[in-house]
Design a protein around this ligand. Structure first.
Ligand SMILES: NC(=O)c1ccc[n+]([C@@H]2O[C@H](COP(=O)([O-])OP(=O)(O)OC[C@H]3O[C@@H](n4cnc5c(N)ncnc54)[C@H](O)[C@@H]3O)[C@@H](O)[C@H]2O)c1
Length: 248
């Protein structure tokens, strides 16, 4: 592994596909051992096998529903067993249940908060035995552009992603003394199966930003790799916008 990294054992939630899979592939490509966790257990295993074959790094895949606390504890313990510890946590699992707010059901609200916010917290807490030991550590949590600006039809999603910013800020303060930095990313529109569900009219907006192209999972993975590298040793509690300048 290059000396650009002082960490070496990463867990990526929601890593079976999309942005999470790109992050897992990038970190494995940098030489880190990686464990992919996903509610889609077969997908997690297949993605791990594919990335391991491509990069030559040790990559493991386990089923994990981030909303189920016992399941999260067990999955992180399995990841730590497989990698001989955990020093990097990428809280990426997320869902949308978009509807105008007066049509949101209790289930739409509860599910999105449970996966995106409580799920990110569950992973952070499951990492405690490893992150609260002296030594370098990294946490990167996935927020969203819309958490800053607001958006019609996404009140549940936006509340969850604004909550993630709170986890980043307070996590950075709590974990700094152990050597772990905690940062977040606010992706703009990134081409994945999540955005493929957007209405046709909204899809045309994907590349309407100053850079003039749609965002790709690799754009987010590159930012995660930077935040996990020694180049970012002095950055914590920060949220990076990766959106092609969409909010300018
Ligand atoms: N795609 C975008 O434009 C965009 C923009 C801003 C933020 N994000 C955020 O980035 C993250 C990844 O998004 P994506 O576009 O790759 O989505 P995606 O739907 O392609 O992938 C999400 C992954 O999370 C997994 N997942 C869902 N619920 C889970 C659970 N309960 N436990 C464990 N895993 C679960 C899914 O199985 C899937 O593999 C999400 O947090 C999303 O909110 C995406």
């Amino acid at each position: 592994m290059s000396d650009r990294y002082s960490v070496s054992k990463a867990v990526v939630t929601g890593g079976a596909r999309g942005i999470g899979a790109a992050i897992a592939e990038r970190l494995a490509g940098e030489g880190l051992a990686v464990t992919v966790l996903d509610v889609n257990e077969a997908g997690a295993r297949e993605t791990a096998e594919r990335i391991s074959a491509k990069t030559g790094s040790a990559v493991f895949g386990f089923g994990c529903d981030v909303t189920d606390r016992a399941n999260v504890q067990a999955a992180f313990a399995a990841a730590a067993d497989a990698m001989n510890g955990i020093d990097t946590y990428i809280g990426n699992a997320g869902i949308t249940r978009d509807r105008m707010f007066h049509k949101l059901t209790d289930e739409d609200w509860d599910q999105v908060i449970a996966v995106n916010l409580t799920g990110a917290f569950n992973g952070l807490r499951a990492c405690v035995p490893w992150l609260r030991t002296e030594g370098p550590g990294r946490v990167v949590l996935m927020s969203s552009l819309v958490a800053k600006a607001g958006n019609i039809g996404q009140m549940n999603y936006i509340a969850s992603k604004a909550g993630v910013v709170g986890l980043v800020r307070s996590g950075a303060l709590e974990l700094a003394r152990f050597g772990t930095t905690v940062n977040g990313i606010r992706p703009g529109f990134i081409v994945t199966e999540m955005t493929a569900k957007m209405p046709e009219a909204a899809l045309t907006k994907l590349s309407q930003n100053p850079i003039g192209r749609a965002g790709l999972p690799a754009d987010i993975a590159g930012t995660v790799a930077f935040l996990c590298s020694t180049d970012a040793d002095f950055i914590t509690g920060h949220i990076i916008d990766v959106n092609g300048g969409l909010d300018l």
